[in-house]
Write a protein that binds this ligand. Structure first.
Ligand code: AMP
Length: 547
């Protein structure tokens, strides 16, 4: 019989993260740009106390363990308190993305059977519009103080967050329970069909926070000043509210102000060293600092993910601003971090150009995640950096099923058990660096060969006149599909179709060069900042390619 370990079985609970931060980094600040317009400062010690008060206030609603407390809120300290107050008291924090269509917001709230909705004042008109469509929500809480409560509202019994918190004494002991209990729910963006809920557990969230803070992942430390640009309504801001508590670093929340100027000022005034966000946010920030000839004085590194980080952006940040870029890949179903691109000691000896090409990849898995690329028959492909296949993953913070969906999303891999199919197409090289070539449904299939839309976009983005670019498939009588490039020019730039196409010469195989270029004022984005390829394909469905 196996000898069992004789160690304490201390459950991995989210409340333990904030307790740790309050005890060991109690004086460290959390700074928030508020919807009310001002800057709010307090400490991890204050945040923990107020999270306990939130737990007490929620308990007065007569909720049962497992009930969902929804939020429609920006990144800020009150949102953080609900993260901890709800999950820590065995309720489930359900962050809803306010950028979704209103009908989708209501659909998600109903699907999750939310009982409470806490929201920032920015979303008052949205919530007023939706109240009659969300019958299950019994308590509405506006995340502000008495002075900022509306004089009139159609929301029945609207409660004031600050009044609820101030009414409590904080004499609350975080309960202990099974670490596999649900802690929070996030819905996938649902580009096809209805969004689906990923239900995280305390255990998976704490393990993800541990893993993602490691030096070869996000490399978080108590000395950092972290500004999560990635919203707390998008996969828990990539877990930063949890990993920041583990290391006890200063947190800076930007609230609703994500434009280049507001972010830059916050970076400089608060001494931000580390940030994380999707490429579109960095486009805005880089435009602002570029136009105003500014430099960053404390900003050292940033994680970029959610969509492929264009190599041109990586180079600008590294070469012009001295900011280390950590390209990361993940998804809602992975809590979200799977891989990050950090150079190994061996790779640091390579010439800079070779290092850059490695950093452009989506990187290596964090311990706790396992990945493979498989062909359409489910057979594993070699790790040679060239064989592109369907990327599958498994691990301690990967979902095994969706909320209330009986069908399992998992697939069998020949001789390797069950895995989660990511829907991404990727290669993995001999050093274990993964590179996404496409979303499987966005890949361009020309005469049976695959053309990576990401490669085409990365080249276009390297052209100085291009603000943003998207490569999509367009129907072709002979080749089935051919690439069409959709481009937004930088303001005031003259760039022709011919110049754009000439830019591809020598940068990619001739047969992969797009057949045509169209210029638009704007490229549509999803609620999480990804290019809406489906919409673009629809828009250019009847586009006639030349020749
Ligand atoms: P979401 O669940 O909304 O976070 O979306 C996850 C999807 O975003 C992934 O399956 C990828 O298709 C895409 N994605 C995330 N990070 C990257 C990246 N660094 N490069 C390319 N695609 C990415």
């Amino acid at each position: 019989m196996a000898l069992m370990g004789q160690m304490m079985a201390m459950p991995l609970l989210i409340s333990s993260l904030i307790q740790h931060a309050a005890r060991h980094s109690g004086d460290t600040e959390i700074v928030s740009k508020r919807v009310e317009g001002d800057l709010h400062r307090y400490t991890w010690r204050d945040a923990e106390l107020r999270s306990r008060k939130v737990a007490q206030a929620l308990a007065r609603f007569g909720l049962e363990a497992g009930d969902r407390v929804a939020t429609l809120a920006w990144n800020g300290y009150r949102h953080l308190e609900i993260y901890y107050g709800a999950s820590g008291s065995q309720l489930v924090c359900h962050t809803i993305n306010p950028r979704l269509f209103p009908e989708q917001v209501a659909w998600i709230a109903n699907d999750a059977q939310d009982k409470v909705l806490c929201f920032d004042a920015s979303f008052l008109p949205l919530v007023e519009k939706l109240v009659s469509h969300m019958p299950g929500i019994k308590h509405y809480v506006l995340m502000t103080d008495r002075a900022h409560m509306p004089a009139q509202t159609s929301i029945p019994g609207l409660l004031c967050y600050e009044e609820l918190v101030e009414a409590e004494d904080g004499q609350y002991v975080w309960p202990s329970f099974d670490e596999n209990t649900a802690s929070s729910i996030c819905y996938t963006s649902g580009t096809t069909g209805h969004p689906k809920g990923a239900v995280y557990s305390h255990r998976s969230s704490v393990l993800h926070a541990y893993g993602s803070a490691l030096p070869d992942a996000m490399d978080c430390s108590s000395k950092d000043v972290v500004l999560p640009v990635v919203p707390m309504f998008h996969v828990n801001a990539w877990g930063l509210p949890y990993s920041a508590a583990i290391v006890g670093c200063k947190l800076v929340f930007p609230g609703p102000h994500l434009d280049g100027k507001s972010l830059y000022e916050l970076f400089e005034n608060e001494g931000v060293t580390f940030s994380a966000g999707v490429p579109t946010v960095w486009l805005g920030l880089l435009n602002y600092v570029g136009q105003n000839k500014l430099k960053f004085s404390t900003f050292k590194r940033t994680v970029i993910g959610g969509s492929a980080c264009p190599p041109a952006m990586l180079r600008t940040l590294m070469d012009d601003y001295g900011v280390e870029v950590i390209h990361a890949w993940g998804m809602t179903e992975l809590s979200p971090l799977g891989t990050l691109s950090k150079l190994t000691a061996k790779q640091l000896e390579l010439p800079v150009e070779e290092q850059r090409r490695i950093l452009e990849k989506q990187g290596k898995v964090i311990y706790g995640i396992d990945m493979a690329v498989i062909d359409d028959e489910g057979k594993p492909l070699p790790w040679d950096g060239a064989s592109a296949g369907n990327l599958v993953v498994r691990g301690s913070w990967v979902i095994d099923s969706y909320f209330q969906q009986p069908a399992s999303p998992l697939v069998e891999v020949a001789g390797m058990g069950t895995w989660f199919p990511t829907g991404d197409v990727a290669t993995i090289d001999a050093d274990g660096f993964m590179q996404i070539t496409d979303r499987s449904k966005d890949v361009i299939k020309s005469g049976g060969e695959w053309i990576s839309s990401i490669d085409l976009e990365n080249i276009a983005m390297a052209h100085p006149g291009v603000h943003e670019a998207a490569a999509i498939s367009c129907a072709h009588p002979k080749w089935d599909e051919r690439p069409l490039l959709v481009v937004v020019r930088k303001p005031g730039v003259e760039l022709t179709r011919e110049e754009m196409l000439a830019f591809y010469e020598g940068r990619i195989a001739k047969w992969q060069i797009p057949d045509d270029v169209v210029f638009v004022d704007e490229i549509p984005h999803t609620a999480t900042g990804k290019i809406q390829k489906l919409k673009l394909r629809e828009q250019f469905k009847s586009h006639r390619l030349p020749g």
